[in-house]
Design a protein around this ligand. Structure first.
Ligand code: HEC
Length: 130
């Protein structure tokens, strides 16, 4: 085993105290073992978050309870069941009943608004904006 120069010096100086020298060389070996890994690149700071508009309640409800089927049902846009705002409300009410979701009128209106904003684009003269 090769000794580092300073260690050799110290070992010589410690000739009268071999126990001390052994202790030191152990400590030194330990220090060398711990030293070599240089600090790696720091973890990247979290990317600046671009503010995204909060999803509406209607979108959250729809995404949670309804989208599983409709995403894969290509006849969604061709279906003619929904022709106006009242029939959209009726359909949403029926579908949440089928799912036993017990939505309030507000929930039904919120999901209908979401569907209307994203798909149907019906005029809804009696509905308040929002
Ligand atoms: C089990 C699968 C499934 C789930 C869950 C489901 N739907 Fe549907 N939905 C369908 C299918 C299939 C149709 C098309 C029926 C048809 O063609 O007559 C449909 C039709 C509709 C329509 C009428 C489409 C049109 O323009 O004619 C609306 C509105 C609707 N769903 C809303 C919802 C809402 C809101 C939910 C969640 C509460 C929901 N659905 C959950 C399968 C599902």
């Amino acid at each position: 085993m090769q000794m580092h120069a300073p260690l050799r010096l110290l070992a010589a100086a410690s000739a009268f105290a071999p126990v001390l020298a052994v202790t030191f060389s152990l400590l030194h070996a330990q220090a060398v073992a711990q030293a070599p890994s240089p600090p790696g690149p720091l973890p990247a700071p979290p990317a600046a978050t671009v503010p995204v508009p909060a999803p509406t309640r209607g979108k959250l409800l729809y995404d949670l309870h309804c989208i599983a089927c409709h995403n894969s049902q290509m006849h969604w846009r061709d279906a003619r069941v929904v022709r106006d705002w009242p029939s959209l409300i009726t359909q949403v009410r029926l579908w949440q009943e089928r799912g036993r979701l017990q939505w309030s009128d507000d929930d039904i209106a919120a999901v209908a608004r979401h569907l209307n904003d994203t798909i149907y684009r019906l005029s809804r003269p009696t509905e308040p904006r929002g």
